[in-house]
Write a protein that binds this ligand. Structure first.
Ligand code: FEO
Length: 391
């Protein structure tokens, strides 16, 4: 915790959050590049803190706030989201700033914060509410189910800054706070990965929120994770429009597990068959790839083929876990099929197909079942079937 100084992002507005360099698993989401917990301090007539940080980083948060002001001076705390990566240090900050009012959504923010931190000095916020903190105004825009019932964003019209919490963010540990100071391809990949793994089920809610934010002039989007957008605001907003509309590309993703290489051979054949159709295809052995990376690719790829051999009359547990995750994320506009080899029963392939249907995938090819090791003729037949698909 060296050199915990606040970083001024605009006149009298400071980033006072924390960088979590070693975070690699965020409740199952593989965060290969770490993350940040962004909090912002506004110096105005009423000193205002927007969000806190995960409890493990409370000392960093307090040190950064203290590098600018004494925390006892904080009069307004905005809690954009109850999830503990943003509210984790709320109680500690409230103890240091006993006169602060804590603004959170009505009723879900109040309920969630009370359940976690007990009775504090909460103030209920409804859609359209605004408060003056001096020269600046803060307008609250609840964004329910983006991605929790209590979620909200806050807009400051005098600054043209949107404090967006989870929206528009990405899991990326970096010392440089702005989009234009970092590698853009990495940021956009991580932003897409964040959307795919956290926000994919909430496309309709995202579109509603985008409409509510549509008329706001934005000079900065100060997110809850990763970088602050200032140069690529239109680009990330356009991405959110496309992603929330469920736009997919002519691309295929093949996901499989294999016991003795036979399902693997089928996966290779299917991948090559898509390539013969000039459809780029990604090939994922589930043992060797992070689930959250695979899901990022599936999110915008129209086609999905999932393969598993049969073990103990079931599909491989790796594939069962993958399909469970897929169902929860509720992808839209996807088409696919199941495949696999088997020794005798071969039940797994039907189960995979059933799960794909439950995940909302339109089945476009009869499940591919091959006993033991696929022959050259069987592989040719599979290729021909994929070439003949009316896509
Ligand atoms: Fe970054 Fe939903 O918390």
């Amino acid at each position: 915790m060296n050199n915990c100084k606040a970083i001024e992002i605009s006149e009298n507005i400071y980033w006072v959050g924390a960088v979590d360099w070693s975070m690699r698993n965020f409740h199952g989401y593989e965060t290969g590049r770490g993350t940040t917990y962004n909090a912002y301090l506004i110096l105005d007539e009423k000193i205002t803190l927007i969000d806190t940080a995960k409890i493990d980083f409370k000392d960093e948060l307090i040190a950064r706030i203290s590098s600018v002001i004494d925390p006892v001076q904080i009069e307004v705390i905005i809690s954009s989201h109850v999830e503990p990566d943003h509210s984790g240090a709320l109680k500690e900050i409230a103890e240091l700033a006993p006169n602060a009012e804590i603004f959170t959504t009505n009723p879900n923010g109040i309920k969630g914060l009370t359940a976690r931190y007990g009775k504090l000095n909460y103030k209920a916020v409804n859609a359209g509410d605004k408060i003056s903190i001096g020269k600046r105004t803060l307008q609250f825009v609840p964004t329910p189910m983006l991605h929790w019932p209590d979620s909200m964003v806050t807009y400051c019209p005098e600054e043209k800054i949107l404090f967006s919490n989870d929206a528009f963010g990405e899991h990326l540990a970096t010392s440089l706070r702005f989009d234009d100071e970092n590698d853009l391809a990495t940021i956009f990949f991580e932003a897409k990965k964040y959307y795919a793994n956290i926000l994919m089920p909430f496309g309709k809610q995202a579109q509603t929120a985008l409409k509510a934010l549509g008329n706001l002039e934005m000079r900065m989007i100060a997110t809850g994770h990763g970088v602050i957008w200032r140069k690529n605001i239109d680009k990330i907003v356009d991405c959110y429009k496309k992603w929330s509309a469920g736009e997919v590309e002519e691309r295929a993703v093949i996901v499989f597990d294999s016991m003795w290489h036979s399902t693997e051979i089928l996966a290779q054949t299917i991948t090559e068959a898509f390539a013969k159709r000039k459809i780029s295809a990604a090939y994922y052995d589930i043992k060797k790839n992070a689930l959250s990376d695979i899901m990022t690719d599936i999110f915008t790829s129209k086609y999905l083929a999932v393969g598993s051999p049969t073990i103990n009359n079931q599909m491989m547990p790796t594939i069962a876990g993958f399909l469970c995750y897929l169902k929860g994320l509720r992808p839209v506009n996807h088409k696919g099929f199941a495949f696999g080899s088997y020794g005798w029963g071969g039940q797994s392939i039907g189960y995979v197909e059933d799960e794909l249907k439950l995940a909302g995938i339109e089945i476009i090819l009869e499940k591919i079942r091959v006993a033991n090791v696929p022959t050259a003729q069987q592989l040719n037949e599979i290729t021909e079937k994929i070439l003949a698909l009316d896509l």
